[in-house]
Design a binder for this molecule. Structure first.
Ligand SMILES: [Zn+2]
Length: 113
């Protein structure tokens, strides 16, 4: 389950900036092509944050759709998975988005949002 390592990195990146401040919510952006299962990530988040200032924080996962660009015919189209195949039959497809994995924002406890 590689979500564990990814989630650990996310939690480390957050605590690196927020220190000992209590965190109420972490929003992450995980592209549909990033190969991360959101439910698995939520499960790992609970494990990884136990005993840290992030314990009990909500994890919100945004999943932007993937987009591909065909180098053969120039078409742009949505990508639901990593099968990179254009309708024209070409597999010479660039992934424009959908592989991102980033912390979008962090809400600290007690801050008014
Ligand atoms: Zn094409």
């Amino acid at each position: 389950m590689h979500e564990l390592g990814i989630t650990q990195s996310v939690v480390e990146a957050v605590t690196c900036r927020t220190g000992s401040a209590r965190v109420a919510c972490v929003r992450v952006r995980v592209g549909r092509l990033a190969g991360v299962v959101p439910d698995a990530m939520r499960f790992c988040f609970e494990l990884v944050t136990a005993g840290t200032p992030l314990e009990g924080a909500d994890l919100e996962i945004e999943q932007p759709d993937g987009r591909g660009h065909c180098r053969a015919c120039g078409a742009e189209f949505p990508l639901d998975d990593l099968i990179l195949l254009c309708d024209c039959g070409s597999a010479d497809v660039d992934v424009l988005s959908g592989r991102e994995l980033a912390v979008a924002s962090v809400v600290l406890s007690g801050s008014a949002t």
